[in-house]
Design a protein around this ligand. Structure first.
Ligand code: TXA
Ligand code: MG
Length: 338
C-alpha cells in the first residue's frame, strides 16, 4: 500500500517520520518528483534501486534543506559558495569532493570520492527536509528508463504499491531535472543540462565546459546511446513534417496536418515548454497507442536557455533502445554521464 500524503503539516510530518525510519517516500520538488530514502542508510538506499528496478547501483543526488547542510557532506570552495548563494534553493546539483566526515552512505555515493548535492526549492520539500537531520537520496520517482514524473499521479502510475508514500505537492513548476555541475575537478563541468540554464551559470562562474566536450566522461559506445525518458512509442526528433501515423509534440505553431497534438508552448516559451514536457510525452504515448499511431514527431526548438535541457531529454527519449540495456546503461546516471 502506498500512502498518498497531503502537503499539509500532518502529511509533511508523516513523510519525515517515514524517511527517518528507513521507508521510501516520493516527494515533489520544483523539477520532478524524487523517490527519497535516508541517504545515510545503505539498506534504505538499496530499496530505491529495487523499487525503480534500476539495474545497477549508481550515485544519487542527496537533498538537504540548506547550503550549510550540503557543505557538511561535500567539501566547499569559493565557486561552490557563489553558486549556492545564486541558485540554492533551486534546480542546481553540485558534485563536490566527499568530506571525510560525510554521513552519506557508500551506496548513495556508489563508492565515489565525490557527492552530488542539491537544495531543492518548494515550500513542501523545504519543510520536509528541515524536519530531518539526514540528507535524502532521491532519483526521479519512476521505473528505470521511463518518463520522469511531474505530478503525484505519474508517481502512483509507475510505482504505486512499490513505495511507502507519496507527498503530493502538486505539479512540478520547472518540469525538467536539475542541472548537474561537477566542481570536483577544478574548472566546472556541466554533466547534465537542467533547470538552471547554461547562461545563468555562466553569468555567475564564467565559461562552463560541457561533459560532451570532455571525452573521458562518455564511455558508452555510440550504438548504445543512453535510452532514457523513453515513452513506448518511438520519438523522431527535428520533425519538419508530421506523418499520418504520428502524434505531434509541438513547439510554437503546430506543423500543418497534425492530428493528435500536445503543444509544449503555443507562444514558443521555453519555460512553459519545460514544465509541460514529461506530461506531454506521457499523454502522446498513451493516447497515441490507443489510437494505433506508430510514433511521436517532436518539433525542434532553440538551443539556448531551457531549450538545452529539453532537447537533451528528447534526444534520450529518441535514442536507440538496446533490447537489453548494457550493464552501465542505466536510467538516471546516463542523464549526465551517458
Ligand atoms: O531534479 C533532479 O535532479 C531530480 C530531483 C528528484 O531532485 N533528481 C534526479 O536524480 O534527477 P537522478 O538520480 O535521476 O540523477 C542523478 C544524476 C545522475 O546523472 C548521476 O549520474 C549524477 O546525478 N550524479 C550523482 N552523483 C554523482 C557524482 N558523484 N558524480 C557525478 N555525477 C553524479
Ligand atoms: Mg531519472
Amino acid at each position: 500500500m502506498t500512502e498518498l500524503l497531503k502537503a499539509d503539516a500532518a502529511g509533511i510530518a508523516r513523510a519525515a517520520t517515514l524517511l527517518r525510519t528507513g521507508h521510501l517516500v516520493a516527494f515533489g520538488t520544483e523539477t520532478v518528483y524524487g523517490l527519497g530514502a535516508d541517504a545515510t542508510s545503505d539498506a534504505a538506499v538499496a530499496r530505491i534501486y529495487a523499487a525503480k528496478n534500476r539495474p545497477r547501483f549508481n550515485p544519487l543526488i542527496n537533498h538537504v534543506a540548506s547550503a550549510e547542510a550540503a557543505f557538511r557532506q561535500g567539501e566547499e570552495n569559493t565557486l561552490a559558495r557563489l553558486l549556492a548563494q545564486a541558485f540554492w534553493p533551486g534546480p542546481l546539483t553540485l558534485v563536490l569532493p566527499r568530506r571525510a566526515d560525510a554521513t552519506v552512505c557508500d551506496l548513495a555515493a556508489a563508492g565515489l570520492p565525490t557527492l552530488a548535492l542539491r537544495v531543492p526549492r518548494g515550500e513542501t520539500v523545504q519543510a520536509m527536509l528541515s524536519q530531518l537531520d539526514i540528507p535524502v537520496a532521491a532519483p526521479s520517482a519512476n521505473p528505470s528508463g521511463s518518463v520522469s514524473p511531474s505530478d503525484a499521479f505519474h508517481v502512483l502510475r509507475g510505482l504505486g504499491g512499490r513505495i511507502d508514500a507519496v507527498l503530493d505537492s502538486g505539479p512540478c513548476p520547472v518540469g525538467v531535472e536539475s542541472t548537474v555541475l561537477d566542481l570536483s575537478r577544478g574548472a566546472p563541468i556541466l554533466l547534465r543540462p537542467g533547470g538552471v540554464t547554461l547562461e545563468q551559470l555562466t553569468a555567475v562562474c564564467g565559461p562552463v565546459r560541457h561533459a560532451d566536450d570532455h571525452g573521458s566522461k562518455r564511455p558508452i559506445a555510440p550504438g548504445l546511446m543512453a535510452s532514457h525518458y523513453a515513452p513506448d512509442l518511438p520519438v523522431r526528433l527535428n520533425a519538419a513534417a508530421v506523418r499520418p501515423d504520428e502524434a505531434l509534440l509541438a513547439f510554437g505553431p503546430p506543423l500543418p496536418g497534425a492530428g493528435l497534438t500536445w503543444s509544449l508552448s503555443d507562444r514558443g516559451d521555453l519555460e512553459e515548454a519545460a514544465a509541460r514536457l514529461f506530461a506531454g510525452l506521457r499523454f502522446l504515448d498513451s493516447e497515441g497507442r490507443r489510437r494505433g499511431l506508430r510514433g511521436i514527431a517532436a518539433m525542434t526548438m532553440p538551443r539556448h536557455g531551457l531549450g538545452l535541457a529539453i532537447l537533451d531529454r528528447l534526444r534520450r527519449a529518441a535514442a536507440p533502445r538496446p533490447v537489453s540495456l548494457p550493464d552501465d546503461a542505466d536510467d538516471d546516471d546516463l542523464a549526465s554521464i551517458g
